[in-house]
Write a protein that binds this ligand. Structure first.
Ligand SMILES: Cc1ncc(COP(=O)(O)O)c(C=O)c1O
Length: 430
């Protein structure tokens, strides 16, 4: 079978301009080996963005493979609506143990978008059932919380979200990292606001925008003062990416609702969870005929295979001392990126833990410089993916120091190639 032709004839890739896709030679992944992906021609690439920010302990980790296989021998899927199952129960207990204090209830879904959608609906319905009509949310400019209509409503990236405005509910946007602006908005609108939703510490899809120290703590305090709920979307930052299990831990913040997905299964299977407090949970209790039920649930919510992968992933954090061992790699990454920040064509390197954005400058939009860098990196043996002209690096936490050196060296060579080619083009044009 001609896979390339079949891909071009039948597939529609996410976040992809198909016209451009069809003009390029696609990489078709056949297998993987720890932190490397292998294509159908046998070429090996470092997985520089953890397969869209979700792989944690490497691909085909024996412990996760075994856990999924063993679960498959018991049951692959059984619904959470009206039934329960062992992996979902055990995982909920484990998540509560490792989550910030006070988050004692776990509601499963299957993607980051659904985890935030659930948090928004829970916050709204909670207030409604308290007899308060709070229909607004505050989110941050350049926020990204997913692609479903609710999560897009609290999104703030015009390129992704502006086209859908007529379909969305209105959201108040605060200036990222600016506690005074959040205070102003809460002061003006607190009585109407159900919740503030933030990506704690780092706004990933905005291009790794890092908030100043103390901002998250200040937002927590402002929410408390105005009795507004705080939703922390840890979909990208969770499970070690910032150097702690959850980004909230850096500032001792416990949100009212916390969304997790991506790394929860080590990057194996789709699973998400929205964690919340007893206060919110109890706001939904009542007799059947009071209709205070949370009417939400997806078919594959809390899928047993995914829960088994998640339990194995969390066990590995302990067994392999993942967070402790990450600290030296974070320091190494900082060191390796210093010369990259000084390269021509690089405006800035933004970083927190393993989340890195290298912002390019001086290229016209149509040059697609970020994309060109990823193609050049691919030829050298690394898969990375840009956000516009910001080159993202976010390797699996299990990456070895040697692989990390190779990843940064490939990335800087790729940037140099694109900068040189652009300078040569300009010289020809002159
Ligand atoms: C902070 C954040 N929230 C939500 C999402 C959406 O997650 P998913 O793609 O699993 O729906 C993402 C995805 O990148 C994200 O970075």
């Amino acid at each position: 079978m001609d896979l390339v032709a079949a891909d071009r004839n039948h597939l529609w890739h996410p976040f992809t301009q198909q016209q451009g896709w069809a003009e390029e030679e696609p990489v078709i992944i056949e297998s993987a080996d720890r932190c490397e992906l292998v294509d159908t021609d046998g070429n090996r690439y470092i997985d520089g963005v953890s397969s869209l920010w979700c792989n944690v302990h490497g691909h085909r980790h024996p412990a996760i493979d075994v856990a999924v296989r063993e679960q498959m021998d018991r049951v692959s899927h059984s619904t959470m609506l009206g039934l329960s199952h062992r992996p979902a129960i055990e995982l909920a207990q484990r998540l509560v143990e490792i989550a910030p204090p006070g988050l004692t209830r776990v509601f499963y879904s299957d993607s980051g978008s659904t985890a935030t959608e659930v948090a928004l609906k829970m916050a709204f319905q909670f207030w409604h059932q308290q007899g308060e009509r709070r229909t607004r949310f505050i989110s941050l400019r350049d926020a990204y919380h997913g692609d479903t209509i609710g999560s897009v409503s609290v999104g703030g990236i015009d390129l992704f979200h502006a086209a859908y405005r007529p379909l969305l509910f209105e959201t108040l946007h605060a200036e990222p990292g600016d506690a005074a602006d959040m205070e102003r908005l809460l002061g003006e609108h607190a009585g109407d606001v159900a919740a503030v939703i933030v990506e704690p510490l780092v706004q990933g899809a905005a291009g790794m925008i890092v908030h100043p120290e103390g901002y998250l703590r200040a937002v927590r305090e402002l929410c408390d003062r105005h009795d507004v709920l705080l939703i922390c979307d840890e979909v990208a930052t969770g499970f070690g990416r910032t150097g702690r299990m959850f980004a909230c831990e850096h500032e001792d913040v416990a949100p009212d609702l916390m969304c997790v997905a991506k790394g929860i299964t080590g990057g194996y299977l789709p699973l998400a969870a929205t964690l919340t407090t007893e206060r919110i949970y109890e706001g939904f209790l009542g007799r059947h005929e009071e209709f205070r039920t949370f009417f939400h649930g997806h078919t594959y919510t809390g899928n047993p295979l995914a829960c088994a992968a998640a339990l194995a992933t969390l066990r590995l954090f302990e067994q392999e001392h993942t967070i402790e061992r990450l600290q030296d790699k974070i320091a190494l990454m900082r060191e390796l990126l210093e010369p990259v920040a000084a390269m021509p064509g690089v405006a800035e390197v933004r970083r927190r833990g393993f989340m890195t954005g290298i912002e390019l400058e001086g290229f016209p939009v149509e040059a697609r410089a970020g994309h060109q860098v990823t193609l050049a990196a691919r030829r050298r043996g690394a898969i990375i993916r840009p956000l516009g002209d910001t080159v993202i690096l976010m390797p699996p936490l299990a990456i070895t120091p040697r692989e990390l050196r190779r990843l940064v060296s490939i990335t800087s060579a790729a940037i140099a190639e694109v900068v040189d080619a652009s300078a040569a083009d300009l010289a020809v044009a002159a």
